[in-house]
Design a protein around this ligand. Sequence first.
Ligand code: GLV
Length: 325
Amino acid sequence: MSKLAVKAEADVIEGVYLCSALDLPDLFGAAVEAAPGLKLYRPEDVPDPSRIRFALVWRPAPDAFEAYPNIALVQVIAAGVDGVLRNPSLPERAVVTRVHDDEQAAIMAGFAAWHVVWHHRRMGNYLAAQEAGTWDRTTIKTLRPPSQVTVGVLGYGLMGQAIATTVASMGFAVHAATRTGGDSGDGITRVAGPDAVQQVAARSDILINVLPLTDATRDILNADLFARMPEGAVLIQLGRGQHLVEDDLLAALDSGRIGGASLDVFHTEPLPGDHPFWTHPKVIVTPHEASVTSPKAVSDTLVRSVQEIERGQRPTAAVDKTTGY
Ligand code: GLV
């Protein structure tokens, strides 16, 4: 081997894909492996685990990190990092980074907006009328203008802000639970404080959840919260399955307290075939596909984070392990 080739190999920073649920090389390999200076392996192909400096991950197995004593960076392929921060083998020293992808936020905002319109316009009525072949123009008679419909947004990071802006631009009254309150003149009412979630929920005809999953937000969508919401309000749940007490939602749907729900995330994924959500007449189920990160955004964030780590800097995309986002 020439001297140059030895040098080139030494300069390559090696990483490993760690995932129990998706084929990451298939989804992201083409983008991340094209990045100069990085080499990624499937775990079974790693030549020397001690040379592995970073991992690209999604729902890694509980012992996934054990084989790699020198991992300095754990890059999650998505915006949510809860499945990684709780991993028992995650090394203390490793910095965890996540993807900030404006395109992902735009896709999420469109998805949320679609569900807002679906519930606001009671599109289910139209589908039923079409099924029956009836020209039924009664639904519009009870339509409330968007300015009189409050849409609450729980979680005000990149996703929550994109959703709030989009839904506000459609004329709805948007109230968001944020870390700092106040009105910024953009039509979005920000609510801060320890009970911001409860306050926003209490005003919301349609409540959209995109909170990060932390100990403070686990089970936050529960009977107590539903009891505070306007009768017949709607839940659009795009955060994490563990935010929602599923039995509480089923009871609230059956009593009419909650009028409908769009659910993209669940306690158990894939949603078990016999789960009552599948057939509930007031529930729309989608398979955790409200949005998706682009391979380019994953690759760009990974390359930048590796470079920052190698320069001894804290990566721009690093999450705070204590807050969990
Ligand atoms: C998807 O669930 C994400 O966290 O980006």
